[in-house]
Design a protein around this ligand. Structure first.
Ligand SMILES: NC(=O)c1ccc[n+]([C@@H]2O[C@H](COP(=O)([O-])OP(=O)(O)OC[C@H]3O[C@@H](n4cnc5c(N)ncnc54)[C@H](O)[C@@H]3O)[C@@H](O)[C@H]2O)c1
Length: 422
């Protein structure tokens, strides 16, 4: 096992160098962060602000942490899931002087302790993923919670948690839902997760996808992206979706739509993307075919009910570092990455260009929270900030925007005067 505390192993310098090289690769491919974001956050307003960055701790997150630290913030880094923390990245962040509370190769127990350690460092602002640190500060550290000045949240799941806190009257600070910025969910959830989930599933299994029934559970932006990329590679995509409008959308996008009972008996791959728990629970397991591959792309590592599988299995085999096979009475099912987010725990995470947009939203979100008086509650990043990120990305691609001239716009409201109320 790697050691990352900077003292205990002959490998540490190699680990640091590996991590620094990964962060430099991200730097090289992040035009929006390097120009637009760096310029805005370097106005001095972040100086001395204690910001916890709690996102999957890999090289792209490390680059966000470094950029905020370069702007003068006092950054604390922590992983947002137990299985997605990278050893070289942790070593590199420590080497450049950023406090990291997480260790690689942890489990749920160590991860809980790490998040409490992050809370004990008393962040004023949190860049969160799944609201994992925010909710733990609320539950376990009431004094720190009372002093929190703002949160910027990365995911659909975390946004739902923040709204639940608001509805319960327990959100006493402003929280930006980065996820609801168009420059986040339109690209990260759909293209980022779509590409990297399919990539990770195929890389881990060395299995063929063309002509093969491939089930996607949940047809939000994430499910849509996975279906789109699987379909582009020739898979026969089947969608299981609880929301009628989204199920209809999946149908019109050209996918088969059906219940778990009708879909799962044929599926050779099943990928969950619901943001909920036990999308593949005991009732669904009963419908699975022999030799099916199960993977998860949703925030929780509980979308595939691993506990149930472990309970009913007659035996388990670790086929590789990423594949666990459960021998059930009537079939064998294979789970990738222990049911954690397959594209991050078992892949290299989102494409750099996608995270350049997502972390532009998060970095500018933190800057906005620090510089703008806001009421407590959930807020969406102002459209102008979102537009500015897209414009910077387009400029980096050399793409010019059209401008609608006055006579091209339908903004005459004269006809309103002709409406008479009786
Ligand atoms: N893996 C990644 O890198 C990554 C990236 C972005 C978001 N996420 C996470 O992916 C999850 C999905 O995100 P999203 O933006 O698509 O969310 P979403 O809420 O837009 O979509 C989820 C869909 O799942 C459906 N659903 C919920 N429970 C279901 C069930 N039991 N059976 C069938 N359908 C069900 C819902 O009706 C909804 O349409 C979230 O947890 C999000 O945080 C992961």
């Amino acid at each position: 096992m790697h050691t990352t505390d900077g003292h205990n192993g002959p490998d540490i310098q190699a680990l640091v160098d590996d991590g620094l090289a990964r962060i430099e690769w991200v730097h090289t491919h992040s035009p929006v962060m390097n120009t637009h974001v760096r310029k805005i956050v370097s106005d001095g307003s972040l100086r001395g602000k204690r910001i916890a960055v709690v996102v999957h701790l890999e090289a792209k997150t490390a680059y966000l942490a470094k950029l905020l630290a370069d702007a003068g913030a006092d950054v604390i880094a922590a992983g947002s899931n137990p299985r997605t923390t990278s050893a070289p990245v942790v070593a590199a962040l420590r080497d450049i002087g950023i406090r990291v509370v997480s260790e690689p190769d942890g489990d749920h127990t160590s991860w809980e302790a790490e998040l409490r350690a992050a809370a004990d460092l008393e962040p004023e602002y949190v860049i969160d993923d799944g609201a994992e640190l925010t909710m733990r500060i609320g539950i376990h550290r009431p004094n720190v919670f009372a002093r929190l000045k703002g949160v910027s949240e990365e995911t659909t799941t975390g946004t739902a948690r923040l709204y639940a806190m608001q509805e319960a009257g327990k959100l006493p600070f402003p929280a930006l839902t980065a996820n609801d910025a168009r420059c986040k969910h339109l690209f990260d959830n759909r293209y980022g997760t779509g590409q990297t989930t399919v990539q990770a599933v195929l890389h881990q299994t060395s299995r063929q996808i063309a002509g093969v029934p491939f089930a996607v559970v949940g047809y939000g932006y994430v499910g849509r992206g996975i279906a789109q990329y699987a379909s582009a590679l020739g898979a026969l995509v089947h969608v299981i979706e609880a929301d009628p409008v989204r199920a209809l959308e999946a149908h019109m996008d050209g996918h088969h739509v059906g219940s778990a009972a009708s879909t799962l008996p044929d599926a050779r791959f099943v990928v969950t993307a619901t943001g909920g728990m036990r999308a593949i629970g005991a009732p669904e397991v009963a419908h699975l075919r022999d030799d099916v591959v199960l993977a998860n792309a949703g925030h929780h590592d509980l979308e595939i009910d691993i506990d149930h599988l472990a309970q009913v299995a007659e035996g388990t085999t670790e086929v590789s570092a990423q594949i666990t096979s459960y021998a059930l009475a009537d079939k064998t099912v294979h789970v990738l990455s222990g049911g954690a987010l397959v594209n991050i725990a078992g892949g290299s995470g989102h494409p750099v260009e996608i995270m350049d947009l997502t972390f532009a939203v998060q970095g500018l979100g933190a800057h906005h929270l620090i510089n703008t008086p806001m009421t407590p509650g959930v807020h969406v990043l102002p459209k102008a900030v979102d537009d500015g990120i897209a414009a910077a990305k387009l400029a980096s691609l050399g793409i010019s925007l059209a401008t609608a001239r006055q006579e091209q716009q339908d903004n005459s409201m004269d006809w309103i005067d002709q409406i008479e109320l009786s």
